[in-house]
Design a protein around this ligand. Structure first.
Ligand code: ATP
Ligand code: MG
Ligand code: MG
Ligand code: MG
Length: 463
């Protein structure tokens, strides 16, 4: 099954299971000032997860386009993209995990056809300080499903913040973790804003034995990704708590939520640990190979960044975002500017909007026809930003390199001048220094911030 077939089969199954399929929310939520973008399927449903009645009932499903600017630095690895689609289903106080986990299992194993032997899971170890019990309930459900297929099942406690390749450690089918298995929008029970919902979750991983156990695979093998061999494809969340001033309390209705990464499930379905090989992303890679004459194998990181950032910017443009210096527009600008920086590594000096936007439009023409419909505008918006930035980028990079030759280390004041006089974004200057092995003064960040603050104060005074 390719990604498109998986998306369709998912919605068909959930309809069969008496779920109302709801419309996707835009990438920028109108009345949610807490985050810049829709980063998960649950986010637009917050009020309902907290107890409001949903007009379509208590069993919901959708496919939600998501954008996680916070994952931008991970892009370049084999599994994180800023934009992705999340398959979601919710029971708003209707059925429990005992119904949901087997449904998800059925979907992954019997519908998509994943090998059950290669599925590994995690669960919440419990938190006595907040009165939250260990999630043996999920483990028991998983155990029954594995044993039904003749797959051995055992448990291991890995309550550590230092996680690397531990999922599947010593062959254990289920690993118990601490706050890594606590789902909320903003971290553990103590980091959650008052009123936010959260709860224990059970993450589902697919095992790729062909990936070598080394840190060279993916850029951040230990960060957020549980090592190269185990790819998180989804998770089941028991959204049963709400944060109060003093701790967490039970929500009036216990919800269960499933969120699955479409690109990652599709990667598992073709036995590829690299999401860029799925049918939604590979056509963009192919186009880049054609345009640049380089192969994906020799320019993997740069191609991943360009493909991901361009696709993200296209979806943002389709949802009405325009490059600017604040909020969502600034994230879009950063995506496009980083894409251009990595494009230089591919020999692309003039940007790639005209080459890649049509590919995105055609890949998504069935489910997101708004992209094809707005194609000319989207190309124009992105090409304008590319043109605006092309000179700055070339000049800024050569200035960073010159500083590297003439100064013992680059300072916050240098970075400020590059930013202020030439419009070179600080993160690209810093990235370039790292790339070229150029030292930065230890206090560059604080010094840069102080100069920025002083400048803001000056312009306030002038205004
Ligand atoms: P990870 O630990 O890999 O960063 P996550 O635990 O942060 O993932 P969730 O918030 O659980 O992700 O989102 C639900 C699912 O969405 C994940 O199980 C994964 O399949 C998918 N997903 C999350 N982040 C990304 C991303 N940056 N790119 C592609 N898919 C993602
Ligand atoms: Mg995770
Ligand atoms: Mg993550
Ligand atoms: Mg997760």
């Amino acid at each position: 099954m390719d990604a498109r077939a998986i998306r369709q089969a998912y919605l068909d199954l959930l309809r069969e299971q008496r779920h109302a399929v709801i419309e996707r929310a835009p990438l920028v939520l109108r009345d949610d000032p807490t985050t810049l973008f829709t980063g998960s399927g649950m986010q637009p449903l917050l009020p309902y997860l907290l107890g409001a009645e949903h007009p379509d009932g208590a069993r919901l499903a959708d496919v939600q386009p998501c954008l996680r600017a916070q994952d931008m630095d991970e892009v370049g690895d084999n599994r994180h993209t800023t934009f992705f689609e999340m398959l979601g289903n919710w029971s708003l106080g209707d059925y429990s995990k005992a119904e949901q986990i087997p449904m998800v299992w059925y979907f992954l194993v019997d519908v998509v056809g994943l090998d059950p032997e290669r599925i590994y899971v995690t669960a919440f170890i419990g938190d006595s300080a907040h009165g939250i019990p260990r999630d043996d309930e999920s483990a028991d459900i998983w155990e029954r499903l594995f044993r039904e297929r003749g797959i051995s099942f055992d448990r291991i406690d890995l309550d550590t913040e230092e996680y690397g390749n531990e999922v599947g450690n010593q062959g254990a089918r289920i690993a118990f973790y601490g706050h890594k298995n606590w789902w909320s929008r903003f971290g553990g029970p103590d980091e959650m804003p008052v009123e936010d919902p959260g709860g224990p979750d059970s993450e589902i991983f697919y095992y790729f034995p062909q990936v070598e156990h080394d840190t060279a695979y993916g850029r951040y093998p230990h960060q957020n990704s549980d090592g190269g061999q185990f790819l998180e494809i989804g998770n089941s969340v028991s959204m049963t708590y709400r944060r109060t001033e003093t701790g967490v309390v039970d929500l009036p209705k216990h919800n269960v939520d499933f969120g699955g990464g479409l690109e990652r499930i599709a990667a598992a379905a073709i036995d590829s640990p690299d999401v860029y090989h799925v049918s939604l992303l590979w056509p963009m890679v192919e186009q880049l190979q054609k345009v640049t004459g380089k192969s994906y194998a020799e320019a993997t990181t740069a191609m991943r960044v360009v493909v991901d950032h361009l696709r993200g910017a296209v979806f943002l443009a389709a949802d009405g975002v325009r490059p600017s210096n604040s909020k969502q527009g600034y994230v879009m600008r950063r995506l496009l500017r980083r894409a251009m920086r990595f494009g230089l590594d591919l020999g692309l000096t003039a940007g790639v909007a005209a080459e890649l936007v049509p590919v995105v439009a055609s890949v998504y023409s069935d489910v997101y026809p708004e992209i094809a419909a707005g194609e000319a505008d989207i190309v124009a918006v992105i090409a304008k930003e590319e043109k605006l930035f092309a000179r700055t980028l070339r000049k800024g990079l050569s200035m960073v390199r010159r500083l590297g030759r003439t100064q013992p280390a680059i300072s916050g004041a240098h970075l400020f001048e590059l930013h202020d006089t030439f419009g070179m974004p600080i993160e690209l200057s810093v990235e370039e220094a790292h790339r070229q092995g150029i030292a930065l003064e230890e206090t560059w960040q604080a010094d840069f911030d102080a100069l920025m603050d002083a400048q803001k104060a000056r312009s306030r005074a002038a205004g």
